[in-house]
Design a protein around this ligand. Sequence first.
Ligand code: SF4
Length: 213
Amino acid sequence: MNLDQWEAKAKACKKCGLAAKRNHVVFGEGNASAPLVLVGEGPGEEEDRTGRPFVGRAGQLLDRALAEAGLDRTMVYICNTVKCRACDWDGEKASNRPPSAEETAACRRWLLPQLAAIRPEVLLCLGAPSARNLIHPDFKITRERGKYFPCEFARTAIATMHPAYILRNGGGGADGGYALLVADIARAWAAALQLRDGRAAVTMAEKEHTSDR
Ligand code: SF4
């Protein structure tokens, strides 16, 4: 199945309790053959309302960081580990919460084929929950941010801070880690291009070798 077919199937998913109150399944968007895929944690209120990933305040910060790194959303693919909004309800009032381990595990049925369909060179995990899901289960951003790891869903994976964390941290005058986010995006993109060009060179050499026979 291709990416569009996976998205169509995911949009009807009711495999965990988050289906009950969601407005949209936020599958992901961007360049379906991007060398770099950014993976966050899960949709919030604005994402649930619009069906698009990273469109709230954190998304606006991510757009700014992408632009500072010389990129825009058409050059990369952006998605989340969990496709429906996780929140607690008090009557009709919802407050965001992190997705549970069960919800995260249930949603791997969409995330993994999604990544397999795109086949990125580099995965950039935004925040520890994404890195724990895709790199290793004990991932610590403070210790392991910005390092490359082997990854079964791309040729390598790297993690950086989630833009929402930077927003929370940036209130005291410091940038909250924003400069590191920009630097990590730029490094991940450079690595993705290098790996893609290397792969293209190998493919071309294979073709030439085959046509010589
Ligand atoms: S969070 Fe994922 S597994 Fe749960 S209902 Fe939504 S799409 Fe399905």
